[in-house]
Design a protein around this ligand. Structure first.
Ligand code: SAM
Length: 295
């Protein structure tokens, strides 16, 4: 998608449009249930040791992000890009948060959460750019920031988009309030071979249209007027292992998946997950977990 071809919807949101997001996440809950872990967490896990399993590694990640955000015992916490609600559930059940608000662009995800959530959960099909003047004790966001600017934007345009996001988070938090952000990042541009270029284009154009892998420096620069950095970690091997586990599970259930979403989608997803494993291992992709504190 070139900038000249941008629609009014894209201009309004700067990042991926609702249509582009639904292209990915509304393939149907049944499809994702086949290969995600039982908590339906669709972002990088936090692994410990060779005998670890995906569910435990996802719970560890949820705990790391929630406690990093200072959410334990909090009154009200916002999850931007809440997926199928695993963090919302963790916040309520483990961290004893009294009220959680989850934003997603996917109606299928909201429907799924509403089958088990009670009135402590406020889940909306809403772009964060349209979210009003809420007040929150803490904010978390995992695996969504990649959608907040677009492939084809230049550095200044991306920075402007990121600054808008961090300014909104700043205004939702009290001084000293924390934002825990997890996102894919662009790796260092080492010698890039033809296969890497093809795989990165495949991921961006076919799987995550209108999205972009942010360089770490742009995230930090985008946030620097509003937030201090508390901690940063880069965990590419954790995402390679997560993607490998998703790949193995989908591969083992590929015939069942074909009946749910068809051959083309299953083949695309196997190719995308295998490409991600390779690109995280090669460090052409990274995985940042950043704890920010509002100034
Ligand atoms: C990869 S999923 C991650 C879901 C969840 N955080 C997890 O770790 O399981 C990305 C999520 O971000 C949401 N999303 C993307 N762009 C968004 C936006 N501008 N506003 C709100 N949600 C957004 C998608 O709808 C989806 O729920």
């Amino acid at each position: 998608m070139t900038l000249s071809a941008r629609t009014a919807e894209q201009d309004r949101y700067q990042g991926a449009s609702d249509t582009a997001i639904r292209h990915h996440y509304d393939l149907g809950n049944e499809f994702y249930e086949l290969w995600l872990d039982p908590s339906r967490t669709y972002s990088c896990a936090l692994w410990e040791g060779p005998d670890d399993d995906l569910f435990s590694a996802q719970q560890r990640k949820l705990n790391y992000m929630a406690t990093g955000a200072g959410a334990t015992g909090a009154g009200r916490v916002l999850d931007i890009g809440c997926g199928w609600g695993s963090m919302l559930r963790h916040l309520v059940e483990v961290q004893k948060v009294r009220q959680v608000v989850g934003l997603t662009l996917s109606p299928a995800q909201v429907e799924s959460i509403q089958t088990w959530a009670d009135d402590r959960y406020d889940v909306r099909v809403q772009n964060w750019a349209d979210h009003g003047d809420g007040r929150y004790d803490a904010i978390v966001s995992m695996g969504a920031f990649e959608h907040f600017a677009q492939h084809g934007m230049n550095r200044e345009q991306r920075l402007a988009a990121y600054r808008t996001f961090f300014k909104r988070c700043h205004d939702w938090l009290p001084p000293g309030g924390r934002l825990a952000l997890q996102t894919n990042i662009a790796g260092r541009a080492r010698a890039v071979d033809r296969r890497t270029v093809q795989e990165m284009l495949f991921i961006i154009e076919r799987i995550f249209p209108e999205s972009v892998m942010p360089p770490l420096s742009e995230i930090i620069q985008g946030a620097e007027r509003e937030f201090d950095v508390v901690t940063v970690r880069n965990d590419p091997d954790h995402y390679a292992r997560t993607c490998q586990t998703w790949y193995d599970t989908l591969s083992a259930r590929r015939e069942q998946a074909r009946t749910v979403v068809g051959d083309e989608v299953v083949d695309d997803y196997l190719q995308y997950l295998a490409a991600c494993v390779r690109q995280f291992e090669r460090r052409n992709l990274g995985l940042a977990r950043i704890i920010f504190e509002r100034v």
